[in-house]
Design a protein around this ligand. Structure first.
Ligand code: NAP
Length: 248
């Protein structure tokens, strides 16, 4: 009988994992991918898909029992701390094995002017003192701390059109999805006279914005990750497949 894997998704790595696991384990593995439902998935993936929050730890534990889930891979974004914490608790109470697949962080290189800050509030306080025109790439759920900053003009990049007007005093939204190129990012920052890039330490994906900031000699305010959930953690899909092989 097939073993049932729940993948907590919403990242490119989750989709890569599902495709690779489906190829490698075939009918031995039944996969369900769970999305929060904030963003429209860009690619179809094998297996079943469910969309929307579970309703907290207890409801997630109930879901795991009812669905006959045998193992969980939490492949959510490094900043998705609530669902990761809930998954850790729910798997602990149901004694279901869980692995975290978390992409490696970006690392600064020679010529980079990165300033690490612990959270979004610290990023907002810092740029209020140091910037006049900031490029904000922290995501639509991360704008609240910047709403009180009225001395900075913001260029805000979002992956999908916003459902509400920009909550910032001064600024403009652009809608664009990766991949981005260094030429495109350099041109964008130059055209908008950006003096500071603000981003989360998400890792993965394209590093074009960092390369562009380096080329333009701009400081990058980088919000560090929240602590990862406890338990086994890997950074690569290939390592997650090896873990799965031990569970099947
Ligand atoms: P979060 O703060 O950790 O989660 C908030 C709530 O959303 C969770 O408590 C859970 O609701 C629900 N949820 C989150 N991920 C879910 C999933 N994969 N399946 C079912 N429910 C989920 O997460 P977030 O930062 O809002 O991110 C939401 C999703 O977007 C995540 O899946 C993440 O992988 C993806 N994402 C996040 C970022 C980011 O910067 N945070 C960037 C790119 C992609 P219940 O408590 O009701 O179960």
């Amino acid at each position: 009988m097939a073993r049932h894997l729940l993948v907590l998704g919403g990242t490119a790595e989750a989709a890569d994992l599902v495709r690779a696991a489906s190829l490698r384990f075939g009918k031995e593995l039944a996969i369900t991918t769970s999305y929060a439902g904030r963003l429209r998935p860009t690619q179809s993936i094998p297996g079943d898909v469910r969309v929307g929050g579970f309703g907290g730890v207890d409801a997630l534990a109930d879901y795991l029992r009812r669905s006959g889930t045998d193992m969980v891979i939490d492949a959510t974004h490094p900043f998705a701390a609530h669902i990761s914490g809930n998954a850790a608790h729910a798997c602990a109470v149901t004694a279901i094995p869980r692995l975290t697949l978390i992409r490696p962080p970006w690392r600064p290189e020679a010529g980079d002017r990165w300033i690490g800050v612990p959270d979004l509030d610290a990023a907002a306080s810092l740029i209020a003192q140091t910037s006049e025109r900031a490029f904000l790439t922290t995501g639509p759920g991360s704008l609240a701390p910047f709403t009180t900053v009225d001395t900075v003009w913001f260029l805000v990049r979002q992956f999908e059109p916003a459902s509400a007007p920009l909550p910032l005093k001064n600024g403009q939204t652009i809608v664009a999805r990766p991949p981005f190129t260094i030429e495109g990012e350099t041109d964008l920052m130059r055209r908008h006279a950006i003096d500071t890039l603000v981003t989360k330490q998400s890792g993965g994906g394209t590093q074009a914005k960092f390369l562009a900031a380096r080329a333009l000699d701009l400081p990058v305010v980088i919000v560090e990750r929240p602590p990862p959930p406890p338990g086994n953690r890997v950074e690569a899909v290939s390592e997650a497949l090896e873990w799965l092989a031990t569970q099947i």
